[in-house]
Design a protein around this ligand. Sequence first.
Ligand code: ZN
Length: 205
Amino acid sequence: MEFSSKLLENAVNEMSQLPGIGKRTALRLVLHLLRQPEERAFQLSYAIQKVRAEVNFCKSCNNISDTELCEICANPNRHNGVICVVEDIRDVMAIENTGSFRGLYHVLGGKISPMDGIGPQDLKIQSLVEKVKSGETKELIFAMSPTMEGDTTNFYIFRQLDGLDVKTSTIARGISAGNELEYADEITLGRSIIDRIPFVASLKS
Ligand SMILES: [Zn+2]
């Protein structure tokens, strides 16, 4: 792509670093911003800077939050004995949208994937195990995406819990294998949490 301006080229290059944004889309977005009033573009860049510099993660569940404890963890009406283990914040949002779950979450920040160089130590697994050891957790619901990496992660955590007094279950696989959790429709996802099965049973199938 030939550019008539170095400034334009820079902006397009930066924008195209984002996932799913190719050079053509990046150019369209930059040209769009140039047609907008100046403050629109400044507000966008300010919001990006602000979230990047000041973002905070809930010290209990690792969800993105503006406060030390996220709204879910801080809510006394949530059942703190049940923890839904998810890969990232999008899964929390998807499950919250179903309105079917009243427990708490634990956001791992990814899944074990040796191909991508992501091991258990790169995820928030130890803090989850510590949480269970501290005693209040009665049940962990594994809600990872039904992929090989998701299964590996579930199994790894399951092994870490050996000897601890906690029930483990996994969401029913209404969602077809390989689908990402966030794309499951709300009704299916809601049902899959209600119809969860003991984790051990999922290993046999
Ligand atoms: Zn939290």
